[in-house]
Design a protein around this ligand. Structure first.
Ligand code: SAH
Length: 222
């Protein structure tokens, strides 16, 4: 019998099989996905599925996104090494760690204190020291550190609010899934002075964005 693949080997295989055939990613994005240890962010009971081609439960009814979706959303931000980024929906902290590999500073907002705490611990344990996790309603962004050179929402928003767009730096991108429980489309918005242009990238399925500018419990039906 062959020895089981190490996490390192599984990570390289994930990049070769799940990422490269699906899109022409920027080289640095592939380097981030080959390097950031997803196993740090996956709960004990799902460790054997760490590099599977799908999302996984992380508690509080939330999920860590599929590796390909993390790669796609990050690639769309076109980050540079000096950038400051905002993530809304820290969840496990994995997406934040990928952003932190490519950018200088990441602010990540999570409404569940238990998830924020676990994510912060996982990030520290894996040596990621340029992510600031904030426990708050991120549906209005995080104005305290705006403007951002990139913004990413990792939960489904009912609409793209002016509050979020107003926190983008000139030329920067906001990547966000927009829609309800039957499905969403991944949108990318870019600021040009006081104008915003957007395009639609792909159909996606995320858990709901809650909070003041998110979905109310009775609006999001299963
Ligand atoms: N990026 C995460 C996946 C997040 S799942 C990862 O890499 O693991 C979506 C997350 O958004 C959940 O943790 C959920 O609690 C959080 N969320 C939903 N509404 C939010 C809000 N208004 N403010 C902050 N976080 C929110």
């Amino acid at each position: 019998m062959n020895a089981p693949l190490s996490f390192e080997e599984q990570r390289q295989r994930m990049v070769e099989e799940q990422l490269i055939p699906r899109r022409s990613f920027r080289p640095l994005l592939l380097e981030a996905m080959r390097t950031v240890p997803r196993e740090c962010f996956v709960p004990e009971e799902h460790q054997h599925l760490t590099y599977a081609d799908g999302p996984l439960p992380i508690g509080e009814d939330q999920t860590i996104s599929q590796p390909y979706i993390v790669a796609l959303m990050t690639d769309l931000l076109e980050l540079e090494a000096s950038d400051k980024v905002l993530e809304i929906g820290t969840g496990s902290g994995y997406q934040a760690a990928v952003l932190a590999y490519l950018a200088a500073e990441v602010h990540s907002v999570e409404r569940h204190a238990s998830l924020a705490k676990a994510a912060q611990q996982a990030l520290s344990a894996c040596g990621v020291d340029n992510v600031h996790v904030h426990v708050d309603d991120g549906s209005k962004g995080w104005p305290q550190a705006a403007p951002y050179d990139g913004m990413i929402v990792t939960a489904a928003a009912p609409r793209v609010s002016d509050t979020l767009l107003g926190q983008l730096a000139d030329g920067a991108f906001l990547v966000v899934p927009v829609g309800g429980y039957t499905g969403q489309s991944l949108q990318r918005w870019q600021r040009h002075g006081n104008e915003f242009i957007h395009d639609t990238i792909a159909p996606v399925a995320f858990v709901p964005l809650r909070g003041e500018e998110g979905w109310a419990a009775d609006e999001w039906k299963r």
